[in-house]
Design a binder for this molecule. Structure first.
Ligand code: PSU
Ligand code: MN
Length: 270
C-alpha cells in the first residue's frame, strides 16, 4: 500500500491539474501492483483510501490540514486536505510504511522560524516519504540540517545530490545513495530495524524547470510579507504564474513519478 496526500489536491495545484495528478498517482501505483490510499478528512473522519467522488470533494474546496489541525477538522466535520505531516500520521495509524508526495515542506528562506511540521513528523513517525526533495522556494541547506538533527535519513534514489523539486540540482548532498527498488527496500528495512522513524527518499524529478532558481528568488521576495500555512500554497501559485504554467506540468509529472517509485520499492522483496 502507498499513501498519498491531498494538500496537493486542495491547495498545491490548480484545477484541473490537481485531480489529474491525484488520479494519475493512483493509477501509477495500481500499475505496479500496489494499492493507493489517498488521505483526507471527510464527514468527521480521518479517511485512508478515497473514492473518485471523495477526491472530487477535496478538489472542490478543502481546508489545509497539518498534524495539529487533525482534531479540529475532524470534530467540526470539515473537508480537510492533509499535508505530508498529517498524511504520515494517518499512514502510520493504518500500518502503511510507504507514502508519495511532490516535495516535503522545510525551513523557509529568510524565515528560519518558519519550519514545516513535515520535518518534525519525519523525526517521529516511521514512514518513508518519496518526494522530489524539498521545494526550491525553501532554504535547502537549513532544511537538510534540521533533518540531520532529527535523525532523518535523506536517501538519494539513484542520485548523490538532493533534488530541489523543479530541478535535479540543489548543490546539497543526500546522506546516502540507493540504486533501485531492492537496495532502497533493504536500506529502509535496516533503518527501521534500528530505530529510525521517518525517512526521506529523494527521487530526481523527471524534468527540469528552466530558470527555477531565479523564479524561486522572485517568488520568495514578492511574498516576504506572507506567513503561516498560507505561505507554501502562495509560493507554488506564484511559481506557476511566473513560469507560465510550466511548473504545474512538472509538478504533476514528478508526483506521479514518485508514486510509481514508491510502489516499486513497497513491492520489493527483501
Ligand atoms: N508537494 C507538492 N505540492 C504541495 C505539497 C507537497 O507537490 O502542495 C504540500 C505538502 O502537503 C506539504 C506542504 O506538506 O505542501 C507543506 O506545507 P507547509 O510548508 O505549510 O508545511
Ligand atoms: Mn510554515
Amino acid at each position: 500500500m502507498v499513501a498519498l496526500e491531498t494538500s496537493i489536491v486542495g491547495q498545491g495545484l490548480p484545477a484541473p491539474h490537481n485531480l489529474r495528478a491525484a488520479f494519475e498517482c493512483e493509477a501509477a501505483i495500481r500499475a505496479e501492483g500496489g494499492v493507493p490510499a489517498s488521505v483526507a478528512v471527510l464527514d468527521g473522519k480521518l479517511r485512508i483510501g478515497l473514492s473518485a467522488g471523495d477526491l472530487e470533494r477535496v478538489a472542490a474546496g478543502a481546508v489545509k490540514v497539518s498534524s495539529r489541525d487533525l482534531g479540529p477538522a475532524i470534530a467540526r466535520g470539515e473537508v480537510g486536505a492533509t499535508t505530508v505531516a498529517a498524511t504520515m500520521r494517518a499512514a502510520a495509524m493504518a500500518g502503511i510504511r510507504f507514502f508519495a508526495t511532490g516535495g516535503i515542506g522545510g525551513v523557509h528562506r529568510g524565515h528560519p522560524e518558519d519550519q514545516s511540521a513535515d520535518l518534525l513528523e519525519l523525526g517521529r513517525t516511521p514512514v518513508a516519504v518519496f518526494c522530489a526533495g524539498a521545494k526550491i522556494v525553501l532554504d535547502l541547506p537549513l532544511t537538510l540540517e534540521r533533518l540531520e538533527s532529527l535523525s532523518v535519513p535523506v536517501l538519494g534514489y539513484g542520485c548523490d545530490e538532493f533534488p530541489a523539486f523543479y530541478t535535479r540540482h540543489s548543490g546539497c548532498r543526500v546522506s546516502a545513495r540507493v540504486d533501485g527498488p531492492q537496495e532502497a527496500a533493504r536500506v529502509l528495512r535496516a533503518a527501521w530495524d534500528t530505530g529510525t522513524r521517518g525517512i526521506v527518499v529523494a527521487v530526481p524529478p523527471p524534468g527540469e524547470l528552466d530558470g527555477a532558481e531565479e523564479l524561486a528568488q522572485r517568488a520568495v521576495q514578492e511574498l516576504a510579507g506572507v506567513a503561516g500555512s498560507e505561505l507554501t500554497p502562495r509560493l507554488l501559485a506564484r511559481m506557476a504564474e511566473l513560469s507560465g504554467g510550466r511548473s504545474v506540468d512538472l509538478n504533476v509529472e514528478l508526483v506521479v513519478n514518485n508514486a510509481r517509485v514508491a510502489a516499486q520499492v513497497a513491492a520489493a522483496r527483501v
